[in-house]
Design a protein. Structure first.
Length: 187
């Protein structure tokens, strides 16, 4: 049982409007427990990481992103996989959020991830890289359960609706485990 209501920030590693991962993240907002709110954050306005831009404070879009993370109890990431790796937009967001120059908001932040791909491997390689980068930034990364939504094109329809009941159950189970894990970390 959770000690208090939780606010989780959710991000997608894809900027494409109709990506499987954006659809999964949107659906996940509806699969949370009663005392959990999953708010989505769009990474489109985050500039490419450049340490020179940190002089005198973070750019406004970065400061807003970091504030959204800092005001959350956990970070839930839904990532695609590009060429056996995490997307550049996601690595870029982690580099900004985890930078020590103006405040590393990932330090001790509970983080979890899932991902969807039309391939048979899901997003296993991408998630491994993502875990490595998050740990290096100081985040507290939940290792299990792993959710790799393979053949996403057969489980998510053209309107972005998840049609596969097992996939819905995996997402729900992952969110529940993450919520319980956050609660455990806070006690």
């Amino acid at each position: 049982m959770m000690a208090k209501a939780q606010r989780i920030i959710g991000i997608s590693g894809s900027l494409r409007k109709d990506s499987f991962n954006r659809h999964v993240l949107a659906a996940a907002t509806e699969f949370t427990e009663t005392d959990v709110t999953l708010h989505t954050y769009d990474l489109a306005a985050i500039p490419l990481f450049n340490g020179d831009l940190e002089d005198g404070g973070d750019p406004a879009s970065v400061a807003d992103f970091k504030r959204a993370i800092a005001e959350s109890d956990g970070l839930f990431i839904v990532t695609p996989e590009y060429h056996h790796g995490m997307p550049g937009v996601l690595k870029n967001a982690i580099d900004w959020a985890g930078s020590d120059a103006n405040h590393n908001v990932l330090k001790d932040m509970p983080a979890a991830m899932i991902g969807a791909s039309p391939t048979m491997f899901g997003t296993a390689f991408s998630q491994q890289q993502l875990k490595q980068s998050l740990v290096a930034a100081g985040a507290s990364v939940m290792q299990q359960p792993s959710v790799f939504i393979a053949h996403a094109n057969k489980k998510i329809d053209e309107n972005g609706v998840i049609t596969n009941e097992d996939t819905k159950a995996m997402i729900t189970s992952s969110l529940r485990a993450f919520s319980e894990w956050i609660d455990h970390k806070q006690t």
